[in-house]
Design a protein around this ligand. Structure first.
Ligand code: M6R
Length: 619
């Protein structure tokens, strides 16, 4: 939610505003209700801001150009307090003279009482945002201290909630000050220039050297220095790291949308996540896990926490983890886990799944798990993000940057990483699961090529999607690991094509959902591999017959060679044969392509669907 960019540096390679606008373009996926920029113009601050997407801000800047400058901050907004209007767009000015500009990501929970106090002292507000309170507080503190870093420190002492703030002041050219609490902010380290961003995409076009900041820290950048202090004023050090992807990875590269590119990227997402995880003897090594083998051997319960698509990856993983480890595994939405009274102790392993590593609901749940004494492992795609930092250990997925709001490649990478973790636990604990590790690893290594095969067969799926552009409702049925795939297929369609879609467990059909079936109702059915135990394949084939008998149009995803489905399918979409537990890595692909193609056929913005943002950094 909200993208933030700050820059200080020379003007010769384009001005600070160009650098910040480029950063905003790369961060627009974080929020696109409005955008704005503030730069220093002589001894005043110049601000341009517009509601709507970045293109509106560009038009505004073309109409009213910004002066060449060394210092700028920029913001792309997902609205929380106050609608997506020009006035509510960031940056906001602070102080009676308006010589300070500030941008914000997060929510200032006590803004109402702070605002009342400020109004009582004669401050007038020009927006409905919580952010403007922070702008006035920093400006007032600057009046007293004459130092922007100290002013920021004084102001954050009054704020409750989650926030990243960046500020510039007309008196201090060449300085940007940032503060963070429970909200992302990373530093980009350049030569003669430095950067701040909600994530590294903000500055990846300029530098791949970055620095993580800790919780409750303030950073001050000038062209030649980066200094960090805690909210209590004590000096602190950021942790420098190299970003292992480049600007090209954050570009569409000839694809019509980021989502299409990321769908096509899935063989790499899985392959790269598997890379380097085994030794010469084929034993799994998860060196990044900083939890002792002994503690992992003693785990008696696993809880997977996540939101949205990541939670569906967790649901898939549960089937495999329990099968291999025989440890009971629950999956829970992070926001539900956080506010009940879960039974968790030191022998509980809490695995959080998050592409961004910044989802506030998941972050709060991880903190709660830590408080309860659990072992916490993050499976995350974003280096330097908050959730890994708050966890005992991290296992990174290597899907590369995911820009489209609808998650695709991160999903398959998360499942892959969960499988690695499950197999590793099985290997450590011995037993029947340990004997399967090498075979499953071989099967996993076959998956990237099989995803390529699925991707090569998508012409008919695209045709079906275009044909169905006017469809008002689509149902998805799955069983066993196909059930979370049905949920994920439905979520994809809802979020980017705005079509009513629901996923069901096929076994649940006769307990209610079958009442929805009427002539012509399209239903995707994810058929389990014929090798799935307990004859589940036959049971799902029966379900297809039951819905077809009631007029459903059946779109059946089945494995190569599974001819049992043919008589009852209006369309058969084939995936290569593969072991039942790994099938989700293949069966999800046609559903992603279907949603993407259908949304495109409707003329929708596939990458930036309405009302959503990539990274949900508020609860
Ligand atoms: O970054 P995270 O994985 O924590 O995000 C969780 C969800 O917000 C995310 O998966 C969301 O559901 C996606 N838009 C789904 O495509």
């Amino acid at each position: 939610m909200c993208g933030i960019v700050g820059y200080v540096g020379p003007t010769q390679n384009g001005t600070a505003s160009d650098v910040v606008m480029e950063g905003l373009a790369r961060l627009e996926y974080r929020g696109y209700d409005s955008a704005g920029i503030a730069t220093l113009d002589g001894d005043t601050v110049a601000i341009r801001k517009r509601s709507g997407k970045l293109i509106n801000l560009r038009a505004e800047i073309d109409a009213h150009p910004l002066p060449p400058t060394t210092t700028a901050i920029g913001h792309t907004r997902w609205a929380t307090h106050g609608g997506p209007t020009d006035n509510n767009a960031h940056p906001h000015r602070g102080g009676f003279d308006g010589r300070l500009a500030l941008i914000h990501n997060g929510i200032i929970e006590n803004f109402h009482s702070l605002k009342t106090r400020l109004v009582d002292t004669g401050v007038s507000f020009s927006s409905e945002t919580d952010t403007e309170v922070a702008a006035h507080l920093v400006a007032a503190a600057y009046e007293r201290t004459g130092d922007l870093t100290e002013a920021m420190r004084a102001a954050v002492a009054h704020l409750e909630g989650a926030f990243t703030l960046l500020a510039i002041h007309a008196d201090q050219p060449g300085v940007v000050v940032g503060a963070r609490r429970n909200s992302p902010l990373v530093v980009g380290l350049g030569e003669g220039a430095n950067y701040l961003g909600s994530d590294v995409a903000a500055f990846i076009g300029h530098t791949r050297e970055a620095m993580e900041l800790g919780q409750d820290q303030i950073v001050t950048i000038t062209p030649t220095s980066v200094s960090v202090i805690g909210f209590d004023g004590t000096p602190a050090e950021g942790k420098a790291y190299h970003v292992d992807w480049d600007a090209a990875a954050a570009e569409k590269g000839g694809f019509p949308s980021f989502m299409e590119k990321e769908i096509q990227d899935q063989p790499h997402a899985v392959g790269d996540t598997l890379l380097g995880r085994t030794d010469a003897q084929g034993r799994l090594m998860l060196d990044e896990l900083r939890i002792s083998e002994e503690s992992l051997r003693e785990v008696t319960k696993i809880v997977i926490i996540a939101c949205g698509t990541s939670s569906y990856a967790g649901m898939v993983a549960k089937y495999a983890i329990e099968h291999w480890t025989r440890i009971p595994c629950e999956v829970e939405l992070a926001h539900e886990f956080r506010y009940r009274d879960p039974v968790v102790d030191q022998r509980t392993l809490v695995i959080s799944l998050s592409q961004s590593g910044e989802t506030m609901d998941t972050l709060m749940a991880v903190k709660h798990a830590n408080e309860l004494g659990a072992l916490t492992v993050a499976i995350c795609n974003t280096h330097g993000s908050t959730i890994p930092r708050e966890s005992d250990a991290v296992l990174y997925t290597h899907a590369g940057p995911e820009i489209a709001v609808a998650s695709t490649k991160a999903f398959v990478a998360q499942i892959t990483a969960c499988y690695l973790l499950g197999l590793y636990l099985a290997q450590l604990r011995g037993g029947a699961g340990a004997g399967q590790v090498q075979q499953v690893m071989r099967d996993l290594h076959d998956i990237p090529a099989k995803i390529e095969t699925v991707l090569g067969r998508m012409d008919r799926v695209r045709e079906i999607a275009r044909f169905m552009a006017d469809t008002r409702s689509v149902l998805f049925l799955g069983r066993h690991v196909g059930f979370p795939i049905a949920l994920e297929g439905a979520l994809k369609l809802k979020e980017i094509a705005y079509i009513h879609a629901e996923g069901f467990a096929a076994g649940e059909l006769k307990h209610g959902p079958i009442a929805l079936i009427e002539p012509g109702q399209p239903v995707f059915v994810i058929v389990p591999s014929p090798q799935t135990p307990h004859d589940l394949h036959a049971k799902v084939v029966s379900n297809i017959q039951e819905i077809r008998a009631r007029g459903a149009r059946t779109l059946v995803i089945a494995h190569d060679g599974d001819d049992d489905v043919v008589p009852f399918a209006d369309e058969v979409i084939r995936v290569p044969e593969c072991p039942p537990l790994l099938a989700p890595l293949l069966t999800i692909v046609p559903l992603q392509v279907f949603a993407c193609e259908l949304a495109s056929a409707k003329g929708l913005d596939v990458d930036q669907p309405r009302n959503l943002a990539k990274s949900v950094t508020v609860e």
